[in-house]
Design a protein around this ligand. Sequence first.
Ligand SMILES: Nc1ncnc2c1ncn2[C@@H]1O[C@H](COP(=O)(O)OP(=O)(O)O)[C@@H](O)[C@H]1O
Ligand SMILES: [Mg+2]
Ligand SMILES: [Zn+2]
Length: 453
Amino acid sequence: MYLPFARKYRPRFFREVVGQEVPVRILRNAIRENRVAHAYLFAGPRGVGKTTVARIVAKALNCLRPEEGEPCGECDNCKEIDRGSFPDLIEMDAASNRGIDDIRALREAVSYTPIKGSYKVYIIDEAHMLTKEAFNALLKTLEEPPPRTVFILCTTEYEKIIPTILSRCQRIMFTRVNENKVVDYLKVICEKENIEFEEEALRVIASVSEGCLRDAASLLDQAVLSGGDRITVEVVEEFLGIINRAKIREFLKMLIDSRVDEAIDLLRDLYEKGYNLTKFWENLEEEVRNAILFKSLKRPESVLEDPDAYREFESYPLEALLYVENLVTRGKIEARTRTPLRAYELAVIKSLIVKEILPLSKVITAGITVKEAEEAGDSLEERIKSLLSPVAWKALESAERKEEGGKTVFLIEEDTYNTFSEEFVRVRESIPEVEFRVLKKKVSRERGTTSLF
Ligand SMILES: Nc1ncnc2c1ncn2[C@@H]1O[C@H](COP(=O)(O)OP(=O)(O)O)[C@@H](O)[C@H]1O
Ligand SMILES: [Mg+2]
Ligand SMILES: [Zn+2]
């Protein structure tokens, strides 16, 4: 039988409780110094240890050999409490036992002194769910608290507890547990279970658990069930349906590079695996904006949490990013009126135009910045110019040119070419990325081009 980690690793001593330092200190001291209150209200989010600590309190109060307020864990009473069969520990769930009868039963039970232990302990879970009548009955009990009886009311909704009850209880506030502590807690479980893990994977679990240890433990169960012998970020992100940021940025680059096929494949793959595409698109929007901020700000670290993650966009022109940002925003709007997958695919297809609106397509794929490209362009012209007489340069400057196979090809009228052929040959010899093509007029009626070199 598979025992979930949350059950298997439920703390049995105060010292095992993760976080909750203040509640643990207050309660342990009270027990040690024999000044336990008649009623406590444990308030705080779910899954942070309220029930767990309440049971430890019951154990510490009834332990036959307690030490410094800590139960021994070995005596009959401790063992029975751990097994859930101790007659003087009564747990009731107000969410399911909402009737007055339950409270009446409770009141009658209270009138009996402890059977086995030194204290009767009542743990009333979800205390805010008690009916008004039940509250009143409970209130009566709390007004004349029977000796050696401790009530522990637990609630996730502190505001719903009526003031008359509140005033009779000592309030103990439980808080969400700090992320690093959750990671350590998960690590301890993995080590005890001999599970291999990537620390980052545990961090992802801790982060989505938002300080709730019960959730953290159940997600770890899931990770083990879906990940086999090693818990990796990939496995965790996959079953959580989180698409990691690096992958989103990769997708963004596909859009800028107009790698439409790859981008559509990725979208479909996410869709088939059941990821939330709308969420993915939202994150994409955020990543484009971040990339734009990174490129436009002098000190991006003042607004971006992790500016280094955007260095990969350094080589892309800002125009391309702005254009893609526009596509993404429109995709989002269109996703409201058609199925998201279709809307997003359309946006991806539109990214084909990125290349066309930008005369810098070459620059984009070559990964040079706009500035560098301009400099490079200038210097090519400069270099050609320096090899030519002013007249030849004038003739060449007005000639048609195109980019082809990484070269700049000048299309020159036959007459012009013949006039300056010596100079053009010199250019062609010293600058390999330049080519000349002669536009022939006379050879045939059709205007054709012939490569000279
Ligand atoms: N502070 C904690 N330290 C260690 N484990 C915890 C803690 N809080 C919760 N857990 C884990 O979560 C499970 C549920 O905790 P529980 O005490 O029932 O939470 P609550 O009553 O606050 O909803 C426990 O069995 C335990 O495995
Ligand atoms: Mg509980
Ligand atoms: Zn004991």
